[in-house]
Write a protein that binds this ligand. Structure first.
Ligand SMILES: NC(=O)c1ccc[n+]([C@@H]2O[C@H](COP(=O)([O-])OP(=O)(O)OC[C@H]3O[C@@H](n4cnc5c(N)ncnc54)[C@H](OP(=O)(O)O)[C@@H]3O)[C@@H](O)[C@H]2O)c1
Length: 340
């Protein structure tokens, strides 16, 4: 059986995307399921790999941790799935539950292992989860990394409570999920963006306060004012070294910073870390989440009026354009690629 995939191909400085035909064995290996992928979605991480921003070797790798589809074949011994089941792959194929272990770094889709930007994939039966009935394949394709990272930050590693204030930096995939989970818990998101148009969209999703970072480069001062000099209970920190100082100035005493992203680079923070101890703040390093967390999130989504936000959908043949759109950073929410 042959199928089509996009693969990274090394060029002198980074990677090109090439469309290839790949052979598959006639049946999935024992304990594996074969998934016909209907949609994949992109994360900033795919941009990091494509542009070679972190020096990761991905030559020949199929990109994208995130995708959803239906099971079309069962390997010998598979007992937990049936043909036609609607599933998504887990970012870390081996992280079932409990604390993270370093060995999981060898088992991430779209990084060490081939990812979801292909028509068919074989995965261990323990490397997939059922997707919510309420979501299309396109919507469900955004769950495994962006959705789960926001959920794990706020609802697994922390306990998001009603009326708490949550600072969401920017309006990309993780941040919009964080906004939506915050609203769904009866809590209050404060959303930052460089774009006033995007802030209007954030208000429509239930943002409690919005701050334009172009108008207010020292945005922590605004956060402080909006919270009556108390600060926020949680910061969804996707910026990294360039935003951490203001995040520390924005967080309340005994608050929580979920350290997630590297949008401002991989260098060391220039800021003093003293505010963390002076405020008794918890700084949590976050890396996506486990399969058990993924299932808990899906249960929550199924029992609430919750719909992931898709900015745009590209055809499979247009995958490079989808990457360009991600790099342009004009999106609000997620960029999805439909795989017919
Ligand atoms: N640790 C983990 O498990 C994990 C998981 C997922 C993502 N991440 C990381 O989290 C970050 C966000 O990922 P994503 O996939 O959600 O990204 P994304 O969808 O590409 O979102 C990027 C958005 O962030 C804002 N932004 C861009 N550059 C910025 C900067 N220099 N300073 C402040 N805001 C900036 C922009 O929003 P506006 O235009 O509204 O300003 C932009 O649209 C990335 O660094 C990614 O690597 C980590």
């Amino acid at each position: 059986m042959n199928h089509f995939a996009w693969q990274f191909s090394k060029n002198p400085t980074a990677y090109d995307l090439v469309r290839s035909e790949i052979a598959l064995p006639s049946q999935p290996a024992p304990g594996h399921v074969r998934i016909r992928i209907h949609a994949a979605s992109l994360n900033y991480r795919d941009l990091i790999a494509w542009k070679n921003l972190a020096g990761r070797q991905v030559d020949g790798r199929v990109p994208a941790s995130d995708g959803a589809g239906e099971i079309i074949a069962l390997g010998e011994g598979v007992s937990s799935w049936r043909l036609g089941d609607r599933v998504a792959g887990c970012f870390f194929q081996t992280w079932q539950s409990g604390p993270f272990e370093l060995s999981h770094h060898q088992n991430d889709l779209g990084g060490t292992l081939d990812g979801m930007l292909q028509q068919v994939i074989d995965l261990p039966e323990t490397g997939v989860v059922r997707i919510p009935e309420s979501l299309s394949y396109e919507h469900a394709s955004t769950l495994p990394c962006a959705g789960l990272t926001a959920w794990y930050s706020l609802c697994s590693r922390s306990q998001l409570l009603p009326n708490q204030k949550v600072l969401c930096i920017g309006t990309g995939g993780v941040s919009i999920y964080a906004l939506q989970f915050t609203v769904a818990h009866g809590a209050k998101p404060i959303v930052l963006s460089r774009s006033k148009d995007k802030l209007e969209k954030a208000k429509a999703l239930g943002a409690w306060k919005t701050i334009c970072t172009t108008d207010h480069p020292n945005w922590s001062e605004q956060v402080w004012q909006e919270t009556d000099g108390r600060g926020v209970d949680h910061v969804v920190e996707v910026g990294g070294p360039g935003t951490l100082e203001q995040s520390m100035k924005s967080v309340a005493a005994s608050g929580h910073i979920a350290l997630i992203g590297v949008l401002t680079g991989f260098g060391p923070p220039t800021a003093s870390l003293f505010p963390l101890l002076a405020r008794n703040v918890r700084l949590d390093g976050i890396y996506v989440g486990s399969r058990a967390d993924f299932m808990a999130m899906n249960q929550f989504i199924e029992s609430h009026p919750f719909m992931p936000v898709i900015d745009s959908i590209f055809a499979f043949d247009e995958a490079p354009k989808a990457f360009e759109a991600l790099a342009a950073a004009n999106h609000f929410g997620k960029i999805v690629i439909r795989i017919d």
